[in-house]
Design a protein around this ligand. Structure first.
Ligand code: TYD
Ligand code: MG
Length: 379
């Protein structure tokens, strides 16, 4: 949107500069004049990267600069349609007096850029580094100043990257962009569910697939659990959650213990969402509970089965939103059965629903449908 200001936030090294360079190239290729201002790298470094990414374009201009008045002078000279600032933390305005990188500088520079964007109808994108806790002179202080906040996320050691809108003045915040960081930059992931399931080993205890929603996108995610075989001697047992909410894991363990007689209180428990995805919704509760039960009994659950539902403290299963879309995604990827809350809508073609009221019923149903040697096709 002309005149809009977007903050592209993410941890250092996650791929913000790469995404920006590729996005600018698309716009330049469509004829927009783009100015990329880097305060972090030399012009040679960025040009080398652009060469490697194949994103050189005569409409894409590059300058290494950190002084805001100088940047405005470049804007005056070039009159770009799109201005990219990488990163806002490296910019400074001598008029503000405080040290570069300080909250006052970051906020002041952003204010100035917003004014320029509105006055010139200049589309502006600022990169902002956030630390894991999201604090420290970071973009959080800028969220209310800019029009749009995009968060670029992923696990450093996985190639998957997720782009989501946390705030969007000119559109919805439900869209999710999925990319893979490859040798030639970021590539779109056309079929994320299949990607998450490619390395899955069928027939292993402690693995259950959950159809989750991330924004408006249904994703199939493998939830894995491993339970220590020995009673923990002294000290509290380990609780390790990766890609899952530790609070949610604790709650599911407590409900398993109290309502389903699955006793794991004294054992080490590891749980993760495979593939570097972060599950932030309760629809994966049931899959987590079944994975934990399966792990503790060292009994695999049928690999053509998915489970979806929120678990209440009474051990009851609750409906989650967009169930039809979740189940359709599961059916598309070759799953034949789904354990769901009783109130779930009608099944889409190709998948049979096993409706259950409580967690113990769900465990009974999952254990009754044991592997039959039928291999799941994640293609
Ligand atoms: P970068 O865009 O510099 O991250 P940020 O601007 O968020 O700090 O990219 C970081 C990492 O991405 C870098 O460590 C190497 C990797 N990368 C690739 O794997 N492939 C590529 O084509 C590029 C450009 C980077
Ligand atoms: Mg960078």
């Amino acid at each position: 949107v002309p005149g809009s200001v977007t903050l592209l936030a993410g941890e250092p090294g996650i791929g913000k500069s790469t995404l920006l360079l590729q996005a600018l190239w698309w716009m330049a290729d469509a004829g927009a004049t783009c100015l990329y201002v880097t305060g972090e790298e030399s012009v040679q470094q960025v040009r080398l990267r652009a060469e490697r990414l194949g994103t050189l374009n005569r409409h894409l201009w590059l300058v290494s600069e950190t002084s805001l008045p100088h940047i405005i002078a470049h804007v005056d000279a070039l009159k770009p349609d799109v201005l990219a600032i990488d990163s806002i933390q490296t910019m400074h305005d001598p008029e503000l007096g405080s040290a570069p990188g300080s909250v006052a500088q970051v906020r002041g520079c952003t204010h100035h850029l917003v004014q320029q964007a509105k006055a010139r109808d200049l589309t502006t994108v600022c990169v902002g580094h956030v630390t894991k806790d999201g604090a420290i002179a970071g973009p959080r202080v800028l969220e209310h100043i800019v029009d749009t906040v995009l968060s670029f996320e992923g696990e450093r050691h996985h190639s998957l990257r997720l782009l989501r809108a946390l705030k969007h003045r000119f559109g919805g915040t439900h869209d999710l962009g999925l990319f893979e960081m490859a040798d030639a930059g970021l590539e779109e992931v056309p079929d994320p569910s299949a990607l998450f399931l490619t390395d899955r080993h069928p027939g292993v205890a402690g693995s259950v697939v959950a159809p989750i929603m991330d924004g408006q996108r249904p994703l199939l995610v493998e939830v894995q659990a491993l339970v220590g075989s020995d009673e923990n001697r002294g000290g509290s047992p380990r609780r390790c959650a990766q890609g899952l909410d530790p609070g949610r894991l604790a709650t599911v363990l407590a409900v398993l213990d109290q309502r389903a007689r699955v006793k794991l209180a004294s054992l080490d428990v590891h749980a993760l969402a495979a593939g570097g995805v972060r599950v932030v919704e309760p629809g994966a509760d049931l899959a987590l509970a079944l994975a934990l039960t399966s792990a503790s009994r060292d009994t695999a659950i049928a690999d053509d089965l998915v489970a979806c539902g929120e678990i209440g403290l009474g051990g009851e299963l609750r409906q989650v939103g967009q169930m039809s879309r979740r189940l359709a995604e599961a059916a598309r990827l070759g799953f034949h059965r789904a354990i769901v809350p009783e109130s779930a809508p009608a099944a889409p073609d190709g998948i049979e629903l096993v409706r259950v009221r409580t967690l113990p019923d769900a465990i009974g149903a999952a254990m009754a449908h044991r592997p039959e040697g039928r291999r799941m096709l994640a293609k």
